[in-house]
Design a protein around this ligand. Sequence first.
Ligand code: PGA
Length: 253
Amino acid sequence: MRKPFVAGNWKMNTDIHSGVELARSIAAGSSDIACHSVDVAVIPPFVYIPAVVQALSSTCVAVGAQDVYCEQKGAFTGEISPPMLKDVGCHYALCGHSERRHVIGEKDGLINKKVAAAVSGGLLPIFCVGELLEERQASQTEKVVSRQIKKGLANLAAEKVSAVTVAYEPVWAIGTGLTATPQQAQEVHSFIRDLLAKMYDRRLADDIRILYGGSVKPDNAAELMAQNDIDGLLVGGASLKADDFLAIIRAAV
Ligand code: PGA
C-alpha cells in the first residue's frame, strides 16, 4: 500500500510572518489526522525554512526545499547543497519543477545530478515531470514524460530510486486553473508506473509514489485521489491558504 502524500509548494510567496503563520495553521488544523495515514510536507522559500521547521517541530508535517544543488559543497556561489538543507531540518527537495525547467532553463542532465545528489545527501527528492500544452496537443505527452523520466533517473540504482517520489505536473495545468481530468492524469500516472517497471522492476514501480500536480483544489482533490495510480498531490496556489490545503489533505486520507 502506498501511503498518500500531500505537499504544498509555496513557490516565491509569503514573508517570514505569514509563512510561519501558515505553517502554524496547517499544523493546528491537521493535528487530528493520524501521522500514519498521510505524509504531509510544506515547501517554503529557502530563507524561511528554519523558521517553518521550528513552527512545525513536534508535528508530523515535514518541510521540503523548492530546489537543491547537485554538489555537496564548494565554490558554487548562490547554491544550496543537500547537507545544508538536512542541517536546517528539511526532508524533501523538489527536483526539476516545471518552473525550474521552463523559466530558469534547467535541463534533464542537471536535474538528474540533482536527484542523485539529493538522495546521496539524505534528502527525499520529489522529481517533477510534465509536458507543455503544445506537446500534449501534438500527442507527445508519453514521449516527453518518458524522456524526462529516463534522463532524470539515469544511472540511479534501484535502491536510490526507491527514495524518489515522482510528481506528474502537466505544465498547461500549473497555475492556470486548468486541471487534467482524473482520467487524463491516471493515464499518464499508469504510463509512468509501467515505465518504471520496465526500467527497474514491478515491485519498485508498485511501491513508488506518483503525485499529481497542476491546479489541485479542494473540490477536485478527492476525484484525483480516487484514481488507482495517483498517490498524492503537489499543490501550488491552494497550499497558500491553510483551509484549502487542509481540505486537500483530508481528501487524500
Ligand atoms: P498550482 O501549482 O497548484 O498553483 O497549479 C502546482 C505546482 O507548480 O506544483
